[in-house]
Ligand binder design. Sequence first.
Ligand code: GLC
Ligand code: CA
Length: 582
Amino acid sequence: MKRLPLQFVVVICILVITGLACRAQTNANMNDNVDRKWWKEAVVYQIYPRSFKDANGDGIGDLKGIISELDYIKSLGVTAVWLNPIYSSPNDDNGYDVSDYRNIMKDFGTMADFDELLKGLHQRNIKLVMDLVVNHSSDEHEWFKQSRSSRTNPYRDYYHWWNADRGKPAPRYSLFDVNHDAWRYDSLTNAYYLHYFSRKQPDLNWENSKVRQEVFDIMKFWADKGIDGFRLDAFQFAAKDTTFPVFPVGYEKDFTKYYAMGPHLHDYLKEMYNEVLSKYDVMSVAEGAGNSFEDAHNLVDADRHELNMAYAFDAVDIAKLEGYSLVHLKEIFSKWDNQFADKGWLSVFLANHDQARLVSRFGNDAPAFRELSSKMLTTFIMTMRGTPYYYNGDELGMTNAGFTKIEDYRDVAALNEYKHQENTGGDMQAFMKRLAFESRDNSRTPFQWDGSDHAGFTTGTPWIKVSNNYKTINEAEQDKDPNSVLNYFRQVVRLRKDNLVLVYGKYTLLDKDNPNVYAYTRELNGKKMLILLNFSPKNATANVDVDMNNTRGLLSNYKDKGIYKVKGGVSLRPYEALVCEM
Ligand code: GLC
Ligand code: CA
């Protein structure tokens, strides 16, 4: 072989070196483009305190119970906890009816317990996000007691009253009321008060600046204690047109369209940002993201100074008793990702305390597929762009409760809807079937710690029945088994934390019309990952043009990593999940 002249070699070397330098330069720029924030990189674990762990044997989960499991929470690898409401409450809606925002619910313990919990979390480098329920309070809150006492009481305008002298106000739909009527007549002052949720949850009047100031003071109280974020419950409904105009017939079928993003909501959020959020290193997320992408952006675009991230329901809402279409699910996630690719930030979730269990709704809880489909869904949630929210118990693949009698249910929504159906001649059998599939109580049964009585949740009688599969599905068993759903969850969380590409990387949907497989890539700074998920109980093919020999498998929910190429794609086994580096 002829030797290359020296000048030529030098030129080539220079070209290679400049090339590398350019590449390094682009990487640096891209790094700069990633606006890193702790709350974007967080893995949020949601704890439903009533059902997590009972320390004093009264059958109700409590703060001391959570404290006793801090090492477990740490072992999951999660970096933030979102705690459902723990404030004083008569519990009409399990704490979403607050009677004192600066105190702890008696069932849950004391402020000293809270301080210990916060300290214990922080010692373990875990942040704490608190639920803030200020679209409404409890009717047992002092403000409401004052407010209802007379028409001239200084607290009267803390809530929405409509004097009956003016006749009945225009109808408003209530989610939890037996008659779905959001106006409750109170003879004491001959007036109606507004409650979008239950009768014991009167809506606060955000148009009153005193109410807003009260809320900001409450937020400061908790932020000064050192908490790391707020989840604003039902907040898209807070602002209202207080002339209460008539809505078109049938509005209740799409009440969000009329209730969400009322006048001045953005002003209130800006005020909240200036008064509170801007002064602390806290994350902020509101439940619901309005009616359009534009609404969602208006809530969370950083330059608008309102909230951090959107929490939208489009995806979680599609799973019905009849099933759901994967193509539709992909469409929703892809659209949202696309709309937020350059600006704003999303929450990623498919379950929470208002939904039935993840595996029972979006996966398959039959014994043959429960573990595989749980792991597959976890892989999905942890490999999408956005902040993942993961609900306690899903890391064990806990299933729906299997309740058949109305007496087993505890949720005010379920109990009142049952009465509503009875009163209006509904098909009770069909209703009970729907409830068994979608009731919120499905996700509120006690956490299954071990195979002992009441799943180790309590030594007393649990406030809601333990699912009867606790002997096979529980934390103690799964902790010992390296292939368990629990240990897989820990692995996926680690993978996400070790790979910024899974947090910030560009998302590209592949094989979009495939009815069984969800396939996509994530890319950042020259790093690329491929995620293949079979959402069906049968073998399926991902029609992706990838040479699997050139990929490195990082994770699989099958013991043997049996990737094989078929003509034009990759074949996947039932509910198989694969994450590979390309
Ligand atoms: C939110 C909560 C839900 C509660 C309702 C009323 O939707 O997530 O649990 O019942 O608001 O506060
Ligand atoms: Ca207790």
